[in-house]
Design a binder for this molecule. Structure first.
Ligand SMILES: Cc1cc2nc3c(=O)[nH]c(=O)nc-3n(C[C@H](O)[C@H](O)[C@H](O)COP(=O)(O)OP(=O)(O)OC[C@H]3O[C@@H](n4cnc5c(N)ncnc54)[C@H](O)[C@@H]3O)c2cc1C
Length: 305
């Protein structure tokens, strides 16, 4: 393991102070949340930040809250484990809890934060597809003020986001959702644990009546394009139609066409594309079979493939 050079570390007590440090010290610094990406990058991948700004002493950057209008705020330093076990998230969005539960090991999930997962902008980030289908927004702040972006606008490419160096992701906000919304997240990776997604598929679906007419559907894919992406052409196959297995299959084929996978150490692009088709169909069928509300962990785990 490479020994890192000594670093200058700051522990600000507010977002404004954290942002001002970066403005003053200039390029080459990094914010630190749980450190599960940053510390590995420093110790094993040769990253040598000039300085590190630790966000953990900044108050009010952690926690999950339901707002009066029904929206849900997940503050940036909330850990994956908190999302995984939150009664609120398990009740309203069990597939989001599931996607957090797919991250690494319990030790990693106790440190890894939702904000870090988004800010690190890995195409395979597990909670990103679930947040995309919930049309989540990113709250970003600096000493100069606050702005809000859709998560789609937030991701620019692998490791690239819309944030300026001095900006801090403070929260993810999920707007109010339809009471009948059901969803699903499937992480496809041949190893059951401690592996990144070869393909991730999230679904958010609202079906009406006994005939199951699709009032709205959102499909998002991870690990198959430079950023986590919405599969809008696949969504158009199902939107306003009576939901059937054949349509789910067609939507899978469309998603496979519109994703942009690469070949790497984990998988060839062709394999990823084929698995997008299969997993999108499966995730749609799983979602359509659900009723709103919590889904037992064992049941979710068994449905993984
Ligand atoms: C063994 C292991 C297994 C893993 N398995 C998975 C997995 O299965 N799925 C998965 O998705 N990920 C996995 N990860 C990756 C990692 O755990 C997540 O990406 C994690 O959520 C990052 O959060 P963090 O708080 O640790 O970020 P940090 O490492 O602290 O920061 C990551 C990056 O984001 C920036 N940053 C952090 N917070 C903010 C903020 N609030 N505002 C602005 N910038 C910020 C930092 O400057 C840094 O560049 C794994 C990591 C390890 C070590």
């Amino acid at each position: 393991m490479k020994r890192p050079e000594p670093l200058e570390i700051f522990q600000p007590a507010s977002v404004e102070e954290a942002s001002a440090i970066v403005k003053e010290k200039g390029p080459g610094g990094r914010f630190l949340a749980g450190g599960t990406d940053l510390i590995i990058a420093i110790k094993e991948k040769g990253l040598a930040p000039k300085y590190v700004v630790d966000l953990k002493r900044v108050p009010n950057l952690s926690g999950i809250r339901e707002e009066a209008d029904g929206s849900l705020t997940i503050r940036a330093l909330t850990t994956m484990r908190e999302v995984e076990i939150s009664p609120l998230i398990r009740k309203r969005f069990p597939f989001l809890a599931q996607s957090a539960a797919e991250v690494g090991s319990i030790q990693i999930r106790n440190r890894a934060t939702v904000g870090g997962n988004m800010a690190n902008a890995t195409p395979s980030a597990d909670v990103a597809p679930s947040l995309l289908v919930l049309e989540a927004r990113a709250k970003i702040a600096s000493a100069g003020g606050e702005r809000v972006l859709s998560l789609e606008e937030f991701f620019h490419g692998p490791g690239q986001t819309a944030m300026l160096p001095e900006e801090i992701l403070t929260a993810i906000v999920i707007p109010p959702t339809h009471p009948k919304l059901v969803g699903e997240y499937i992480k496809f990776s041949p190893r059951e644990m401690m592996d990144l997604a070869y393909v991730g598929v999230a679904i958010a679906l609202v079906l009406n009546g006994k005939e199951k007419r699709c009032e709205s559907v959102r499909i998002a894919l991870g690990a198959v394009s430079p950023t986590p992406m919405r599969a809008r052409k696949a969504e158009a196959v199902i939107e306003k139609q009576i939901f059937t297995e054949e349509l789910a299959e067609k939507a899978g084929e469309e998603a496979a066409k519109e994703c942009k996978p690469i070949s790497d150490v984990r998988s060839s692009a062709e394999y990823r594309r084929a698995m997008v088709g299969t997993m999108t169909k499966r995730a749609l069928l799983n979602a359509a079979a659900q009723r709103p509300g919590p889904v037992p962990w064992v049941e979710r785990r068994e449905r993984r493939y």
